[in-house]
Design a protein around this ligand. Structure first.
Ligand code: AGP
Length: 615
C-alpha cells in the first residue's frame, strides 16, 4: 500500500515526481524515495518520513536534474520504515532500479535461492528481492528487460504495481500490475506512471489503466506496448479521457484536506444525485440499477460488504433498504466475509462499498461472491478503480477526490447513493406509495442546503472540542439509523485524535458500557426527535444520573434534551432515514477540532493510509 510515480519525457522529472508523491501520500507516508537519471548516471535519495523530508534530503544531497525518474511513498509492509527499506531499490549490479506497491508473498524462498547464487541484500524488503530476481532472469536467459520482468513475475506470488528501468537503456520504463492500481498518462512525447491519475492530471487527460496481470513497455518516441504477464500475449490499450480537475485535488484555501472535504459535502451530495434524482418528474434514473432491475427485484437478500467508514455506510443502508424497500440485508466486514465460507447463491445481490475502490479485502470478497454466482454491484468514488472494474455493475458516488485519510464526504455520498437505490427499489417493488416516494425525493433534494446549515455550528463545536480535548475516552451512542453514525463518530475521533472512543446502540449501554460512566466521561448522543427519541432521552438521563457529560446532537428546536444535556448541537430536521446525512456533520467537525487542538496530523494520522490495498 504505497504510492508510485514515474516519468520519462522532455521535462525535468524531479518536480513532477515530488508533486505527484505529495498527491499520493494518502496511500502511505512512512518513508519516501526518488531516483533520477541524466547523462551523468542515476541519483538516488531516500528517507524515513514524508515527501517533504525527501524533498529536503534530495535537494541537499543529489543533483535533481534528469528527464527520467521514479518516486515512491511507502506504507511499510516488509521491514520497518527507515532509509534503507525505502524505495527505489537497485539490483546488485546497480543496473536495474525498481519501485513497487504491493507484497511479494513468496519473497523469502526466492531470496534464499538468490543468496545461493551470490546475491546480497541491503534491505529487509520483498521489493529488493524482486528487482534481483528480474536481474537474474535477464542475465541467465539473456533477454531484454521487458521479457525478464514477465518471466520473473510469473515466479512470484502476491500483489504488485511496479515500475522498473535499466540504467543502460534509459529510454524505457517497464511497468506491471496485479492487485495494485497502475495508471499510465500519455502526453506529447512523454509518459507518466502513477498509482492514480492525480500526479499527471495537469499534463495530460489521456490515460490507460492497466488490468491485473498486464504489463507495459513504455518507450520514448514509441506507442506503449501492452502484454499479458502470463503468456506474453499482446493486449490493446484502452485510452481513457479523464475528467479529473486539478483544483479538486488541492486544498483550496482550507488548512486541511479533511476540513475542505467536510465543507464540500453539500456540493458532493448534490453531485451524487445530479442527473439521477429528478424530483419534479418523480423519477430516479440510475443506469446500473435500471439495466439490472430484475436481479435486485428477484434477490433473496442483499449482502453489503465493506470496511471501515464504508462499512458504517453499509450499516445505515441496511436500515434504509429494510425499512423503505423491504429487502432483507446483511452487512459484512469484507475481511471476515471473505474467509468464513459464507453461503452465497445466485439469488443474492452483493453490494460492495468502497471510496477508493482499491481495498484489498473488499476486492477479494467481490471475487469470491462472483465465483459463487452472486450478482455484484459496486458503490465506489474513484472512477476506473479496481472494484469499479471488477463488479458486474455499479454507481459512482461522484464525491470528487477524497485526500484526507479520515473519510468524510465519502460516507455521506455513499449514504446518498444507497438511499437513491433503496427508494428506486421501493418504488419498483410497489412497497412505497407514490406520494411518499415524491415526498422523500423532495426531502433528499433538500439535504445539501440542510448540511450547509449544519456546518454553521462549526464555531460552537470548536468550543466544545476545547472542553474535551484532553479526555482519554469518549462514548458515542445512537439508535436506529443513527446507531451506525455513533460508530462512525467514534472511528473519526480515534483515528485522527488517538483518543479511545467507542460507539454503541444507545440501549446497549446498560449491558456493560454504563460501568465506564463517571464525571470524566464525555458521551456524544445522537438524539434526533424521531424513532426512539423518548428512549434515547431516558438513556441520557441514565448517563446524567451517573455524572457523565452529555454532548447531544438534536434537531433544531429541541427543548427536552436541551434541558438535560451539557452541550447541544442542532442540525436541521429531516426524514428519519436521511438524518445520518446531517447528524454525522457535527461529529466530523468535533473530531477535527479535537485532533487539531491535540497537535495531531489531521490529514495523515499515524499508522494509517488512505487505501488499504493489503490484507
Ligand atoms: C475511515 O476514515 C478510514 N479511512 C477507513 O476506515 C476506510 O473507510 C476503509 O479503509 C475503507 O476504505 P474504502 O472505502 O476506500 O474501501
Amino acid at each position: 500500500m504505497c504510492g508510485i510515480v514515474g516519468y520519462i519525457g522532455h521535462r525535468e522529472a524531479y518536480p513532477i515526481i515530488i508533486k505527484g508523491l505529495q498527491r499520493l501520500e494518502y496511500r502511505g507516508y512512512d518513508s519516501a524515495g526518488i531516483v533520477l537519471y541524466d547523462e551523468a548516471g542515476t541519483k538516488l535519495a531516500k528517507t524515513k518520513g514524508k515527501v517533504e523530508d525527501l524533498k529536503k534530503k534530495a535537494e541537499d544531497t543529489i543533483s535533481t536534474t534528469g528527464k527520467l525518474g521514479l518516486g515512491h511513498t511507502r506504507w511499510a509492509t516488509h521491514g520497518v520504515p527507515n532509509d534503507t527499506n525505502s524505495h527505489p531499490h537497485y539490483s546488485n549490479s546497480g543496473n536495474l532500479c525498481i519501485i513497487h506497491n504491493g507484497i511479494i508473498e513468496n519473497y523469502e524462498s526466492i531470496k534464499k535461492e538468490l543468496i545461493k547464487r551470490g546475491y546480497t541484500f541491503t534491505s529487509d524488503t520483498d521489493t529488493e528481492v524482486l528487482v534481483n530476481l528480474i536481474e537474474e532472469v535477464k542475465k541467465t536467459e539473456d533477454v531484454k528487460l521487458g521479457k525478464a520482468v514477465q518471466i520473473a513475475l510469473n515466479q512470484v506470488v502476491g500483489a504488485y504495481a511496479i515500475a522498473v528501468f535499466d540504467v543502460n537503456k534509459p529510454d524505457e520504463i517497464v511497468v506491471a500490475k496485479l492487485g495494485s492500481p497502475l495508471a499510465i498518462g500519455i502526453g506529447e512525447n512523454e509518459y507518466f506512471v502513477a498509482s492514480d491519475a492525480s500526479p499527471f492530471i495537469e499534463y495530460t487527460n489521456n490515460a490507460v489503466y492497466l488490468e491485473d496481470e498486464e504489463m507495459a513497455i513504455i518507450r520514448l518516441g514509441k506507442e506503449i506496448k501492452l502484454r499479458k504477464i502470463k503468456d506474453d500475449a499482446i493486449a490493446y490499450p484502452n485510452i481513457l479521457e479523464l475528467q479529473l480537475n486539478i483544483e479538486e485535488i488541492e486544498k483550496g484555501g482550507y488548512d486541511h484536506f479533511m476540513l475542505k472535504e467536510i465543507y464540500e459535502q453539500p456540493r458532493a451530495i448534490q453531485d451524487t444525485y445530479r442527473g439521477r434524482l429528478l424530483a419534479d418528474q418523480g423519477i430516479i434514473r440510475m443506469a446500473g440499477i435500471d439495466q439490472n432491475l430484475e436481479k435486485f427485484l428477484k434477490a433473496d437478500r442483499i449482502i453489503i460488504v465493506a470496511c471501515g467508514t464504508s462499512w458504517h455506510a453499509g450499516l445505515v443502508a441496511e436500515y434504509i433498504f429494510e425499512d423503505l424497500a423491504r429487502i432483507p440485508v446483511e452487512v459484512e466486514y469484507a475481511s471476515e466475509f471473505r474467509y468464513r465460507n459464507p453461503v452465497i447463491t445466485e439469488k443474492d445481490v452483493l453490494i460492495a462499498i468502497s471510496q477508493s475502490g482499491e481495498t484489498a479485502d473488499t476486492l477479494a470478497a467481490i471475487k469470491m461472491a462472483k465465483e459463487r454466482g452472486a450478482f455484484v454491484f459496486g458503490v465506489c468514488n474513484v472512477v476506473g478503480s479496481s472494484i469499479a472494474r471488477e463488479t458486474h455493475a455499479g454507481a459512482y458516488t461522484h464525491a470528487g477526490p477524497e485526500i484526507g485519510v479520515a473519510s468524510t464526504k465519502a460516507f455521506t455520498t455513499q449514504i446518498t447513493i444507497l438511499s437513491l437505490i433503496a427508494l428506486k427499489l421501493a418504488k419498483e417493488k410497489g412497497v412505497m406509495s407514490d406520494s411518499k416516494f415524491h415526498e422523500y425525493l423532495t426531502q433528499l433534494e433538500n439535504v445539501p442546503a440542510k448540511v450547509e446549515r449544519a456546518l454553521k455550528s462549526n464555531d460552537a463545536i470548536e468550543e466544545i472540542a476545547a472542553v474535551y480535548k484532553d479526555s482519554p475516552n469518549c462514548l458515542y451512542l445512537g439508535r436506529g439509523f443513527n446507531f451506525p453514525v455513533a460508530l462512525e463518530g467514534a472511528l473519526k475521533l480515534k483515528e485522527i485524535s488517538y483518543i479511545h472512543a467507542e460507539g454503541y446502540p444507545a440501549a446497549e449501554m446498560k449491558h456493560g458500557p454504563i460501568a465506564l460512566i463517571d464525571e470524566q466521561m464525555p458521551v456524544v448522543v445522537i438524539a434526533t426527535k424521531q424513532g426512539h427519541y423518548e428512549k434515547v432521552v431516558s438513556n441520557i438521563q441514565e448517563i446524567k444520573s451517573r455524572k457523565g457529560k452529555i454532548i447531544a446532537v438534536v434537531f433544531e428546536g429541541d427543548k427536552v434534551v436541551k434541558e438535560i444535556a451539557d452541550h447541544v448541537i442542532e442540525v436541521p430536521e429531516t426524514e428519519e432515514f436521511l438524518s445520518p446525512l446531517l447528524t454525522t456533520i457535527p461529529l466530523q467537525l468535533l473530531s477535527y477540532h479535537i485532533a487539531l487542538m491535540r497537535g495531531c496530523n489531521v490529514d495523515q494520522p499515524r499508522n494509517l493510509a488512505k487505501s488499504v490495498t493489503v490484507e
